[in-house]
Design a protein around this ligand. Sequence first.
Ligand code: AMP
Ligand code: MG
Length: 420
Amino acid sequence: MALRSLEDARAEVLAACPPRPPVTVAVADALGLVLAAPVVAAVDVPAFPNTAMDGFAVRAVDTAGATEAGPVSLRIAGTIRAGQAPDPPVGPGEAVRIMTGAPMPPGADAVVMVERTAVAPDDPDHVRIAAVAAPGDHVRVPGDDVAGGAEVFAAGEVLGPGHLGVLAAVGVPSVLVGPRLRVGVFSTGDELVPAGQPLGPGQIHDSNRVALLSLVARTGAVPVDLGLVRDDEDAIAAAILDGAARCDALLTSGGVSMGDFDYVKVVLDRLAEMTWMQIAIRPAKPFAFGVVGRGGGATEAAGVPVFGLPGNPVSSMVSFELLARPALARMAGVPDDRVVPRPRRAVAAEPLRRRPDGKVHYVRVRLEADPDDGRLHARSAGGQGSHQLLGMARADALAVLPDGNGVGAGDPVDVLLLLD
Ligand code: AMP
Ligand code: MG
């Protein structure tokens, strides 16, 4: 079978994974989701002029000539706490004690921070101001954070903690976003045993499922553990149908290469129009993909994509990064020009060698920022076999080595960051 380029394979997968219909979600539940419509602020934030400091609201002109040695004395007309109305006003020769966030009283145009003031115990009705204030000092102007009427976030933005804070600040209770996907994961393999159970002859612990479920969780989707499935066509078919009825997408591992018991691709061919590929990358060459129908739920019309990831532990994770992650991003509403992670430019800190074989190699590397030039320096994160998971665990990125002999120390190299 001819090898296909990753770009070609990914384009086919992405085309079969259209964005899911948007839903309205409470702001508190929207972390990591993708805005489906722009957000326009209905109000200014801040909504009223207020003080950025604890201190005294004054008329700036009244502080003319004030110094540490020669302070001016103003009469204290009252106190305004945060949450109170802006009262009393400040007349000539007066000051109002004011706390951070409290509204500026009428008449005042500046705040002198408390550290520059003194109130003598024997004269509690006056404050001595030891510094000149300019109009506007420590006053927050309405709309200087968010201007009412302006678009604060565009459609397609991924909502982070700061975004949610802004939405709350402008008083928005819910947002229209791409749905939080439920992504089912199961492992296939007669040799697999869950961690915690003793191993019989030839058996190994199932590591792919926990790694893939965790990758799913990191994307912000809901991971759904569909367990361990034997190398048996009916069992695999049942697991896919059960998962498709409960999830928006499925990830399987194992059973997609050339072995005699690689049934995932066989079953996918039965249940869906399957594409089985050999991709010109290393690791993660074998990959199967199909879309199965679904019994119910919001995304019925689109069907449920099944990503048949390879069984080798590193391959399954790399395959997730290169194929499943972009597809899940697209389904969640990330705009098409942002679904495929862009590589960063780094420098090889040591030779990263390979042999020509017609494939692009994705080498697990650790990155270190050079304190002098600020550039990212990449060095191998460990063994590069597709079964050597420790190198993946220690990696910050995948270095992209196009077909050829690799790169030498000091050469530029593209890297795909793994944490985000
Ligand atoms: P397969 O693609 O099913 O032929 O599996 C390729 C290699 O990955 C074999 O060495 C399997 O034992 C191993 N493997 C498959 N699934 C898992 C899993 N869930 N956890 C750890 N290793 C696995
Ligand atoms: Mg297998």
